[in-house]
Ligand binder design. Structure first.
Ligand code: SF4
Length: 457
């Protein structure tokens, strides 16, 4: 078998293949050629999948409004796994997205029993200092859930659109679960939809960078976004010819009339019924759009542009009539990093993580002790080569420590061919990690001076 010199076709990705088949997560690789200057996690297929990312990419490509959002629970130390999500947020912010970061203090208080004081301290001292040190800009929005009335109010509204059975199926709640815990699940859903409220310029595509285990939560919030709508735009077809059906659930009749008049004014052939409007939209051809954005269309690109124009008009009128117009949030899905001792990375197992606040010499020693994909003896390693896909040290290099793609490809190949030995490789990784932490901790000191710019103290 020939060795592919492709350091990011990790065995791990195959483990995720059932997510594509069973849950409808789409592969990110299809979008990658269209992403301008993709971040390393995208290039290296660490971000392996997405749900609904096409409108976000469209917004990036065409300078339209979009957002990125994630939350961090203030419990335990910030570690290198959290850094990945922060880097993804910052990348989207640099591409023009409105960036939102919520400190999930209500979750930490209700689920972990963390005091409000500790939530605040850990939120700022661990998470936000690192976020700013990594490059988060002050035009982003940082908030604590407990202090954000918009999020709490929205959570209450979302509570009217779901029920205990649905939440229990996702979060494993039982009759013993305290109500505040249940409430915090709704608050997390509100976190995700908040970037689309009127205060932040209304509906827009918003991406949530998550690990694949968060997909049930993403699906819940996408469902809630739809349930909050007055109107639904659906694609239907008669004898293979697609058309757009605009259906109002409990919408004001005047809103439906206004939508009908607007769609006719846009030049489409439409028929109005008591509770819905059908629009023949298949002939709207925009080659410019097709060339600029040739992927990710459920039907065909010509139809897609018409669908988007109609959806956008419906959304605008819905908001005029007091609706939310929410778009379903998108998600990117990344692979997890393994813990340094193998298994899962967890802040409750200090040996499994590198904390971003850890003394560099301790981190150095941890990397030297980390589980590798090396063979039992030097001789075997030379003969058979190492197994970088099974190696936590290689993961550190791939995810965080080697910015240059050609360089990481070289390490991968040298490991596989048996010309690189684990001792030297680990020493190199340990040096890089200690250097990174020294620099990062210096940046954290500067970030502390800048907290005021972010409305924090
Ligand atoms: Fe891991 Fe490096 Fe050893 Fe390969 S040589 S198994 S990448 S530590």
């Amino acid at each position: 078998m020939t060795t592919r010199i492709d350091p990011w076709t990790s065995a791990g990705i195959e483990d995720y293949s059932k997510l594509f088949e069973e849950f409808g997560i789409e592969t990110f690789a299809e979008l990658l050629p269209h992403v301008p200057d993709p971040c390393p996690y995208m290039r290296r297929r660490i971000i392996f999948g997405h749900r609904g990312y096409v409108p976000v990419l469209d917004a990036i490509l065409h300078n339209k409004p979009f957002g990125v959002m994630s939350g961090f629970m203030p419990s335990g130390r910030i570690h290198i796994g959290n850094k990945m999500v922060m880097d993804e947020i910052i990348w989207h912010q640099r591409k023009g997205g409105s960036a939102f970061v919520g400190i999930a203090d209500m979750e930490a208080h209700s689920v972990r029993g963390t005091s409000w004081q500790d939530c605040r301290r850990i939120g700022v001292e661990e998470y936000l200092l690192s976020l700013i040190a990594l490059g988060f800009e002050p035009d982003g929005h940082i908030y604590f859930q407990s202090e954000c009335s918009d999020v709490r109010d929205l959570a209450f509204e979302l509570g009217m659109k779901t029920n205990i059975t649905e939440l229990s199926a996702i979060y494993g709640f039982s009759g013993e679960t305290n109500i505040a815990h249940l409430q915090s699940a709704l608050v997390q859903s509100a976190d995700i939809l908040q970037p689309q409220i009127a205060e932040y310029e209304g509906p827009k595509p918003v991406v949530i960078p998550v690990g694949a285990d968060q997909d049930p939560h993403i699906r819940l919030v996408r469902g809630l976004a739809n349930k909050m709508r007055m109107f639904r735009c659906e694609v239907r077809s008669i004898q293979g010819v697609p058309y757009v059906s605009v259906r109002g659930k409990s919408a004001p009749p005047d809103a439906l009339t206004k939508i009908f008049e607007t769609i006719i004014g846009m030049g489409y052939n439409a028929t109005k019924y008591k509770l819905h409007i059908d629009v023949q939209a298949g002939d709207d051809i925009h080659d410019e759009f097709v060339e600029a954005f040739p992927v990710g269309h459920a039907f065909n690109p010509h139809f897609e542009i018409a669908m988007r124009k109609i959806e956008s008009a419906v959304r605008r009128i819905e908001i005029e009539f007091g609706g939310t117009g929410f778009m379903p949030p998108a998600a990117t899905y990344h692979r997890f990093m393994s813990g340094l001792s193998g298994g899962k990375m967890s802040s409750s197992v200090p040996e499994s993580i590198i904390a971003l606040t850890e003394p560099p010499d301790e981190a150095f020693a941890k990397v030297k002790r980390a589980k590798t994909g090396g063979r039992m003896t030097l001789d075997e390693q030379k003969r058979l080569g190492g197994e970088p896909d099974e190696c936590t040290v290689y993961e550190l290099l791939l995810f965080h420590l080697i910015p240059d793609d050609a360089h990481i490809a070289e390490i991968y190949q040298e490991c596989k061919s048996g010309s690189l030995m684990c001792g030297a490789c680990k020493a190199h990784a340990a040096e890089l990690m200690a250097d990174f932490l020294r620099d990062h901790q210096q940046e954290r000191k500067i970030a502390r001076e800048r907290l005021g710019e972010y409305g924090l103290s």
